[in-house]
Design a protein around this ligand. Sequence first.
Ligand code: 5RP
Length: 260
Amino acid sequence: MSSDLSPIDKAKFVAARKAVDYVQDGMRVGLGTGSTAAWMVRCLAEKIRDEGIDIIGVPTSTRTADLARELGITVTSLDEAKWLDLTIDGADEFDPELNLTKGGGGALLQEKIVATASDRMVVITDAGKEVTALGAFPLPVEMIPFGWQTTKALIEETLINMDVLGRDTTLRMNDEAPFITDEGNYILDLHLRRINNPRQLSLVLNQVPGVVENGLFIDICDVVIVGHGDGRIELRDINEGTVSEDRIDLLEADNIFADL
Ligand code: 5RP
C-alpha cells in the first residue's frame, strides 16, 4: 500500500505520523490546512481510535473541519476552546530560524490566528520546503475585496522600499473569478523571490489599509518536522536548539495506510 504513494506523499505522511506523538489526552489541538495537514488529521483520528484518547480539534479551514468531522474527531471553534495546547500545520517554506511562508492553500488568516493562540506550533513538511531565505514561494497577502486594486497599488508602492528581489503581484484566481478565502477575502500573491528582512516586511504589509494578514509566520513556529520519502525524519526544535533524527518503517506503517 505504501508503495502506491509518491515519495513526496510518503515524506508528508511520516512527518505527520511523527507530529501526532506530540498530542496527549485532554489536549486542545489546532488542525492545520493543506495536503500534509490532511495526513496529520488522518493519523490523529487513528491515534484517537487506537489509544482511546480524548482531544478537541480546532480546524483552520472548512476543508479541515469537514475532514476531521468525517473521521470522527471532535471539533470546536477557537472562541469555544479559547487557548490551545498545540497546533500542527504544514508550510510552504521554512528558513533556518523556523520562520515560515504559509497560505499556499489560502487559509493563512485562520492558520495564523490559531497558531498564535497555541502554546506550541509544530510544522510538518517535506525537505523541498527548506530554504536559506524565504521568498521563492510567492507570499500570500489576504485583503478585503473592497477597493482591492487600491490595496494592490499601495502594496506595490510599499515593496519599492523593501529588501526583496522581485516585486510582481498577482491576484489569486479560481478559474475566471478571484479566489475567495473562508473569511470572504481575496489573496494577492507577492512574487518576491528573496525576502531579506521578513520581520520588517510582515510589519509593514500589515500597515496597508485593506490588508487583513500576510503569510509570514515570524517567531510562531517551535518545531519543524521534515519527512523524507524513505521514512527518515528530522526534528528541529528552535527553543531547545536541537536537531534530532528518527525513522518510521514504511512497511510496518502499511496497516496504518490501509486504515487511513
Ligand atoms: C494552507 C497552508 C499549507 O499549510 C501550505 O500551503 C502547505 O500545503 P501542503 O501541505 O499541501 O504542501 O499554508 O494555507
